[in-house]
Ligand binder design. Structure first.
Ligand SMILES: *[C@@H]1O[C@H](CO)[C@@H](O)[C@H](O)[C@H]1NC(C)=O
Ligand SMILES: *[C@@H]1O[C@H](CO)[C@@H](O)[C@H](O)[C@H]1NC(C)=O
Ligand SMILES: *[C@@H]1O[C@H](CO)[C@@H](O)[C@H](O)[C@H]1NC(C)=O
Ligand SMILES: *[C@@H]1O[C@H](CO)[C@@H](O)[C@H](O)[C@H]1NC(C)=O
Length: 627
C-alpha cells in the first residue's frame, strides 16, 4: 500500500536524522533531554515539583498574541520555528515528565500521577474536568504548560543553527512566538477549506541547519515511541502506532482520512459559526456557557462536536486519548480564545461554587468547585515552588501566562465596542457563499441577521455516557436526505450512510457528545448533557428561497412540524435509533430578539426562551405535550 511505502520512507529519513553522527545533529534527542533536565533542575524542589508558568517560566513576561495557524504560516520564520519545536517536542523520550507523551497523558490515559499529584479516594479518570464549571479554566494552565515546553524545544532547535543571519532571524521570530490556534468557526480564506492543509499533509518541509528537508509532519499525527500496552489498556489504542483521524480500519496499518474529516467540517462550519456567535453575542451567564449540563448551548458542547468530527472514531473522539493528537492543541487553543473573548465581553460573570457530577483523577464525583479552594485546584498544575496549584481565580486572565489573542490585544476593558465589531465581522450576520452540493445549493447559511426578530434553536439533551462512546445528533430541515437514503429514524442500520448525512441539502448542523466507552458507573451513565443546533440562519435562508412565509412562531412551528428531522450516529458511523439513546429529547425553543442597530452592537434576546411544542409533539425523541 502507498501509505506503508511512505511510512517506510519516513522511517529511513528519521533514522537518518537521528543516527547520523554530526557536529550539529539537527533534531537530535540527546542534547534535548539534557536541556529539559536543566529546566527541571531549575524548577526542582524537594518533591521535584514543576511550576507551570507558560513562556514566563522561560524568562519571557511580555504578552504576545497567539495567532491563527494560517496567519502564523504566513510568517516563514515563525512557522519554521514552530514546526521544529513541535517536531523536537514529539521526539522527546516518553519517560520524561515534560515529554509530549506525558503532557498529553495528563488529560486522560494513562490514569497515573503527573508531577507527584496523586489520586484521591473516589477519584477516577484523567485529570481533565468535563461537564464542570471549571472545564474552561482547567485547560488554561494545561495549554500554558504545552506552550512552555513547545517554546523550549523551538529555542533548542534554533540554538543548533550556526551563528549568522539565519539564526538571528529565528531568534527574532522566537521573541514574539506563541502557539497558534485554529479557528474552525469563521469562514476560511476564499478558496480554502475549514481544515488547513498544514494539518492534513503527512510530511512537511522545514529548514534545518544544513538546508531544507522534508520531515514527518508533527501537526499530522503523534507517533508513539513506542505504544505502551500498560498505559492504553484497550484495543485499538494498543494497536495504533500513531494518532489517527477517521481511521480507515482498526488495524495497525490504518490510515487517517483527513479528506473525509475536512469535508464534514466544511459542511458543518456555518452552523458552528452560528453557535459561536450565539454564545458570544447572546449568552451572558458563565455557569451556562462553561459546560454542557444545562439546557441550551455552551462552549463545552461546541468543543465536543469538533472532538467527535476530528476523531471520527480516532483518538480525538475519545476523552482518554484525545490529547495525543496534535490537533487537540490547535483546537483547545481556539476554545481558550473563545473563552477569553467571552470573558472580555462579560467580565463580571465567572465561576461560582457548584457540585460537578463527574469524578477526575483528583476529585470525587459531586465535589463542589469554586474559584479558589483546594479541592478546586486545577490539578496537577503547580504554580510556584511552594507547591501551590493554579486555581480558576489565578488563571482568570491570560496575561499571567504572557499571551493574549489578536481580537483582545490592546483592548481597553472600559470600551468593548471594538471587540463587538470584531466578533460581528468574524462570526456575525453576513451573507456567506451558498454551498454547492451534488444535489444543488444547500440551505446552510452563516449566522442569522435576526431581521425576523426571532431566534429558533433545537435544544438536545441526552445521557452523555448512555451509548458506550461518543456520538453526534444531526438536524435537518427538509423532506429528503439523499436519493439513496430514505428518510426515517430507524430504517437503516448501515454504518456508511450516516457519513453522507451532512451532504444532504436539508442538513443544518450537528451537536456532538464527547464520551467514552466502557463506563460502568450508573450515576455517570444517567448524567444529562446538552447541546444545541441553531435553526435561525437556516430558517432565514428558507425565507429567502421562498419556502417559508415568515419568521413568526406559528408559521415556523407549522413549518418545523413538517420539515424538522433528527438522527443519531456514533462516531464510527453506526446509526442509533432515537429511542435507543437514553434520556434523549429534542425540543425547539424560540425567543424574541432585538436586532443589533449597528456593527458595533450585538442583538439582544428579549425575555425567556419558550418551547414550540407542536413542532416536535408526538415524534420519537421529540418534546411532547406534558413534558
Ligand atoms: C542534513 O543533515 C542530516 C543529518 O544530520 C542528513 O540526514 C541530511 O541529509 C542533511 N541534509 C542536507 C540537505 O544536507
Ligand atoms: C446563571 O445561571 C445559573 C444556572 O442557570 C443560575 O443559577 C444563576 O442564577 C444565573 N446567574 C445570573 C446572574 O443570572
Ligand atoms: C477604566 O475605567 C476605570 C474607572 O473609570 C479607570 O480607573 C481606568 O483607568 C480605565 N481604564 C482604561 C484602560 O482606560
Ligand atoms: C436579513 O435576512 C433577510 C432574510 O433572509 C433578508 O431579506 C434581509 O435583506 C437581510 N437584512 C439585512 C440587513 O441584511
Amino acid at each position: 500500500m502507498a501509505y506503508r511505502a511512505l511510512s517506510a520512507a519516513l522511517g529511513l529519513l528519521l533514522f537518518g536524522l537521528f543516527a547520523t553522527p554530526s557536529a550539529c545533529t539537527p533534531v537530535g534527542r540527546g542534547s534535548l533531554e539534557h536541556d529539559v533536565e536543566d529546566l527541571l533542575a531549575i524548577n526542582k524542589r524537594q518533591g521535584g515539583v514543576f511550576s507551570v508558568l507558560g513562556v514566563v517560566g522561560l524568562g519571557d513576561k511580555t504578552v504576545h498574541p497567539r495567532l491563527e495557524i494560517r496567519e502564523l504560516e504566513k510568517n516563514a520564520d515563525q512557522w519554521n520555528v514552530y514546526l521544529l519545536g513541535m517536531y523536537r517536542f514529539q521526539n522527546m523520550n516518553q519517560g520524561n515528565k515534560l515529554s509530549y507523551y506525558q503532557i498529553a497523558g495528563i488529560h486522560g490515559r494513562p490514569y497515573i500521577p503527573w508531577d507527584g499529584v496523586n489520586a484521591v479516594d473516589g477519584g477516577g479518570g484523567g485529570y481533565c474536568t468535563h461537564g464542570s464549571n471549571i472545564f474552561l479554566p482547567w485547560h488554561r494552565p494545561y495549554l500554558a504548560l504545552f506552550e512552555e515546553i513547545l517554546y523550549l524545544n523551538a529555542r533548542q532547535a534554533v540554538l543548533e543553527f550556526p551563528d549568522g543571519e539565519l539564526k538571528n532571524r529565528y531568534n527574532n521570530a522566537l521573541t514574539t512566538f506563541r502557539m497558534p490556534y485554529w479557528d474552525w468557526a469563521a469562514a476560511p480564506p476564499a478558496g480554502e477549506g475549514v481544515m488547513p492543509w498544514s494539518v492534513q499533509r503527512p510530511t512537511i518541509s522545514v529548514v534545518l541547519p544544513n538546508g531544507t528537508a522534508t520531515i514527518p509532519n508533527p501537526l499530522f499525527s503523534y507517533t508513539f515511541r513506542p505504544i505502551s500496552r500498560d498505559d492504553f489498556v484497550d484495543s485499538p489504542w494498543t494497536t495504533f502506532p500513531s494518532t489517527l483521524r477517521d481511521p480507515s480500519s482498526n488495524e495497525a496499518n490504518a490510515a487517517s482520512r483527513n479528506d473525509l474529516v475536512a469535508l464534514e467540517l466544511d459542511r458543518m462550519r456555518s452552523n458552528l459559526q452560528s453557535r459561536v456567535y450565539n454564545v458570544l453575542a447572546l449568552q451572558h451567564n458563565y455557569t451556562e456557557i462553561s459546560n454542557d449540563r444545562r439546557p441550551g448551548d455552551s462552549i463545552e458542547s461546541i468543543h465536543d462536536v469538533l472532538h467527535n468530527t476530528l476523531g471520527s472514531d480516532g483518538h480525538m473522539s475519545y476523552l482518554a486519548y484525545s490529547a495525543y493528537d496534535p490537533i487537540f492543541w490547535l483546537h483547545h487553543t481556539n476554545v481558550d480564545r473563545i473563552f477569553a473573548i467571552w470573558q472580555a465581553l462579560n467580565p463580571d460573570s465567572y465561576v461560582v461554587p457548584e457540585a460537578n457530577p463527574y469524578s477526575t483523577f483528583t476529585a470525587a464525583a459531586n465535589s463542589v468547585a469554586d474559584i479558589t479552594n483546594l479541592v478546586t485546584a486545577l490539578h496537577p498544575f503547580h504554580r510556584n515552588d511552594a507547591g501551590d496549584f493554579w486555581t480558576s481565580e489565578s488563571s482568570r486572565h491570560t496575561d499571567v501566562y504572557a499571551y493574549t489573542y489578536p481580537e483582545l490585544a490592546g483592548l481597553n476593558p472600559n470600551d468593548t465596542s471594538p471587540l463587538v465589531s470584531k466578533v460581528n465581522t468574524l462570526y456575525g450576520p453576513k451573507p456567506t457563499r451558498p454551498q454547492q452540493t451534488k444535489r444543488g445549493t444547500s440551505t446552510i447559511a452563516g449566522a442569522p441577521n435576526f431581521s425576523g426578530q426571532r431566534q429558533y434553536i433545537a435544544d438536545i439533551k441526552v445521557h452523555k455516557f448512555g451509548l458506550d462512546g461518543s456520538f453526534n445528533v444531526y438536524v435537518f430541515l427538509g423532506d429528503t436526505l439523499l436519493a439513496d437514503e430514505p428518510l426515517g429514524g430507524s430504517d437503516s442500520n448501515s454504518n456508511s450512510n450516516s457519513k453522507q448525512w451532512s451532504a444532504a441539502p436539508s442538513f443544518v448542523g450537528i451537536t456532538g457528545f464527547l464520551a467514552q466507552n466502557g463506563v460502568t458507573n450508573v450515576q455517570k451513565k444517567t448524567q444529562e448533557a446538552n447541546g444545541a443546533v441553531p435553526l435561525t440562519a437556516a430558517l432565514e435562508a428558507k425565507m429567502r428561497a421562498g419556502e417559508l412565509r415568515s419568521m413568526q412562531e406559528d408559521v415556523v412551528s407549522a413549518y418545523l412540524q413538517r420539515n424538522l428531522r433528527w438522527r443519531i450516529a456514533k462516531t464510527d458511523g453506526q446509526v442509533i435509533d432515537v429511542d435507543a439513546a437514553p434520556g434523549f429529547q429534542l425540543s425547539t425553543v424560540w425567543a424574541e430578539v432585538e436586532p443589533a442597530k449597528s456593527a458595533a452592537e450585538f442583538p439582544k434576546v428579549k425575555g425567556e426562551y419558550r418551547v414550540l411544542i407542536e413542532a416536535t409533539d408526538g415524534r420519537p425523541g421529540g418534546f411532547h405535550t406534558g413534558d
